[in-house]
Design a protein around this ligand. Sequence first.
Ligand code: ATP
Length: 356
Amino acid sequence: MEKLVLQDVVRVFKKNVGVLGVSLEVKEGEFFVILGPSGCGKTTTLRMIAGLETVDSGHIFLDEREITNFPPKLRNISMVFQNYALYPFMTVKDNILFPLKILKMPKSEMEQKVEEIGKTLGILELMDRKPGEISGGQKQRVALARSLVREPSLFLMDEPLSNLDAKLRGQMRVELKRLQREFNTTTVYVTHDQVEATTLADRACLMNGGKIVQMGNPNDLYTLPVNTFSATFLGDPAMNMIPGEITVKDGKTYLKLEDFTVEMPDIHTERETPRDVMVGMRPEDVQLGDDGIAVELNLIQNLGKSIYEYFKTQHGDNIVRQDVVSSRLALGDRSMVVIDPKSIYLFETNTGSLIY
Ligand code: ATP
């Protein structure tokens, strides 16, 4: 069942793009991630769902009921913010109790719920402390507890892990996923961090300039990017992009890359050629061999279990290669990057759209 539906939702600010017609559907129990660079409209979308931002046009439905113009408190939606927004003068326990008091829940039931959620999140021993007396990771857990305790119909999170250090962020990612499975609360999660998106999401959408560029499960977003924006946003180091040209001769299609030409047996183009393309190659797919484009190694980055080698082509383009074993190449060594039609992507240079 569709839990949350956004139909062509728009929010335009005077000078800025905001959100330009976002449509999406989130299923019951799904962990849905909105991913994209700073300023692409992620937070504005989330705030419209929460009722904290005016919707200029379009419709929002929750549990098949239109909530587009409902005030926030009538939506039964819970939101966790980047800065946690805990009340500094209340104890941890009172912070967690707060939403239940608003719901006028009987005292014994409230106590029981706080006990349960405190146990699940491992924060029982913090109950009498104030937010100023606990760590960032603990504040994060308290904020989650406060949101989960009221059993909302929908859970919204805006970059909730961004204030944590790298190690704690990794731990909390695992914990968040576990909690979401346990509570089975439909969640919409905003982040600019592709690792968070791919590790947490059942499905994700990638936004740019106030619009959705692509939607799907994280694996599809990575392996089937619709354009150069998608292709280079997901993946670290980003997909290599080298300018090339497609030509057709005697009914066969060829790709010319720098001084190297390869036949592309799976492309049958009727279009006028030559045609400018961008050739995309993931760092993990880059192979070295005896035939291909000439490169020179100019930087090596060792990451422990893998290694990144940065090459420069004769035309001055950069190619990164990821390998699991230590390469025998040294700085300044020359080699060839193999162009295998099976492991490259082609994008139209003008539009950025995927053509192969
Ligand atoms: P970030 O990751 O940096 O938080 P975001 O993707 O969440 O970015 P939004 O906060 O949704 O982006 O902002 C989208 C665009 O709308 C930006 O250009 C932003 O400057 C603009 N914007 C957001 N809120 C307002 C506002 N209240 N008034 C004017 N412009 C705004």
